[in-house]
Design a protein around this ligand. Structure first.
Ligand SMILES: Cc1ncc(COP(=O)(O)O)c(C=O)c1O
Length: 481
């Protein structure tokens, strides 16, 4: 909850207290340098014991509430027909106003089921913006992705409150030129991940879905990042200022043909699922659940996580639960803006997104500006963020590099995990890094997997810049970690 201090400063006061803690470890500088080399300069490959603040992602790393932990003890462990499943199914039906639910082990598993069922070779999926695993599944099934996010969504800074909104004129144009029969579905992603956790408005979703439905095109909603998006709908979309979060969820659940989500994000647990009102769609997909996930009453999830998810979904309807990440993101964004560091604005959900295109404008984009910034930030702070730029793209069919539209270092803020002093620490180290950014150099691949290379590809610095950066850190901070 934002509160004003006597100085006039606004502080995102936490509406929870911490009663279970995890010890953190901040390695000395030399060890951080060594760990970055051993990880192939890829923050995904760092061992968590070598990381101080893990801001890689909020996926499966959000803090659970005591009610969630308590519910886990109440799980009904059976392969088929578990009471736990029926509780979760009832929760989803009640919150989203739908009739059918299919469980899956995580978000990308839902994407696998949807894409295997609905993507035919040569077809196009229209969407506000892709997510890495979504695009990979569509392409594996012979499809293509066309992004129709509004142009402001791809600008680092804009006043648009909903930068994840679709360009409605483009949507009409694409349907007309491609032909509805060549479009497998329209997908809208809440809290659009790769463009900085930017929300989509209900007004825009209503309009886009109507156009698609009128043209006979299937509509799919990726609700993985719905919790932050819900907060922004409530705060930024006038029509919903007085609407309950439950009523917004009901409207969204009923709007789309299919909704899927990663419960590693939505509901602060681990798992995922798909829900819908159309029985024909449910019947088309259900066969793939036992094939890839597990029986249809657990879908690869542990019953304990399913119990936690049921509670987590209800807790998402509490504004003090869903506000925490957006308010902390805003606090970090404001600290960095005050230090004249370019970040994605308006501040969104999920995390703070530093504009590596500008931070490292002296590095050729082919040498992975955001990847270089991610590893430099780890060396300078022990904080691990995630590259969301060219490394996260797939190469073009001819093998050439697909340069990303945005080069971002994402510093995720898992829900209820970090404190304000953690936010101030990373802001301070990034400010130092910005002052010394000319010392950061580029990277090149030494091991480049064909699919989703950002996960486990390895890179090396193009010069000895990490050592020179570490030397400067030592000079400025002495023995301080
Ligand atoms: C928007 C979005 N969709 C899908 C996924 C995939 O979910 P999972 O990681 O559970 O497979 C993610 C994960 O980060 C996501 O952010």
């Amino acid at each position: 909850m934002p509160v004003k201090f006597r100085s006039g400063e606004c502080i995102p006061l936490e509406m929870h207290k911490t009663r279970v803690i995890q010890r953190l470890n901040l390695l000395p500088l030399e060890d951080r340098l060594k760990a970055s080399q051993e990880a192939g300069n890829n923050t995904f490959l760092l061992k968590n014991r070598d990381v101080f603040l893990d801001m890689l992602t909020d996926s499966g790393t959000n803090a659970m509430s005591q009610a969630q932990l308590a519910a886990m003890l109440d799980a009904d462990d059976s392969y088929a027909g578990s009471e736990t499943f029926y509780r979760l199914e009832k929760t989803i039906k009640e919150i989203f106003g739908v009739n059918f639910f299919l469980p899956a082990h995580q978000g990308r598993a839902c994407e696998n089921i949807i894409c295997q069922t609905f993507v035919k070779p040569g077809q196009t999926a229209l969407m506000n913006y892709h997510f890495t695993t979504t695009k990979a599944h569509i392409m594996r099934n012979g499809g293509k992705v066309v992004e129709i996010v509004r142009k402001e969504g791809l600008q680092v800074n804009s006043d648009l409150p909903f930068k994840g909104d679709l360009d409605i004129a483009r949507l009409r144009h694409e349907i007309e030129t491609l032909g509805a029969e060549n479009i497998c579905f329209l997908r809208i992603e809440a809290g659009t991940n790769l463009i900085g956790g930017q929300p989509v408005s209900v007004g825009n979703m209503r309009e886009a879905v109507k156009i698609a439905k009128d043209a006979g095109i299937l509509t799919v909603f990726d609700a993985s990042l719905l919790s932050d998006n819900l907060y922004f709908i409530k705060m930024r979309e006038k029509e919903f200022g007085n609407t309950s979060l439950k009523d917004i969820c009901l409207e969204l659940g009923r709007l789309f043909d299919i909704t899927y989500f990663s419960a590693r994000k939505l509901g602060c647990a681990r798992g995922g699922g798909l829900f819908m009102n159309r029985e024909d769609l449910y019947n088309e997909m259900i066969g793939l659940v036992p094939l890839y996930e597990g029986f249809i009453t657990y879908g690869g999830m542990s019953v304990r996580e399913m119990e936690a998810l049921s509670i987590g979904l209800w807790e998402n309807l509490d504004i003090h639960v869903i506000e925490q990440t957006p308010l902390f993101v805003e606090a970090l964004v404001n600290e960095l803006l005050a230090a004249k560091i370019s970040v994605v604005t308006p501040s969104g959900g999920l995390g703070c997104h530093v504009n590596a295109m500008e931070f490292c404008d002296h590095i050729p984009q082919e040498q992975y500006r955001a990847g270089a910034l991610a590893i430099a930030a780890y060396i300078a702070s022990g904080v691990r963020g995630m590259e969301r730029g060219t490394i996260s793209e797939e190469r073009n069919a001819d093998g050439s590099e697909h340069l990303a539209e945005m080069e971002l270092l994402r510093l995720a803020l898992p829900k209820r995990v970090f404190s304000l002093s953690h936010v101030k620490y990373i802001a301070d180290r990034l400010t130092w890094l910005h002052e010394n950014r000319h010392l950061i150099g580029g990277l090149r691949f030494t091991l480049e997997p064909k699919i989703l290379r950002f996960f486990f590809g390895k890179l090396e610095p193009v010069s000895d810049w990490p050592q020179r950066l570490a030397d400067k850190f030592k000079k400025d901070f002495g023995d301080s970690l």
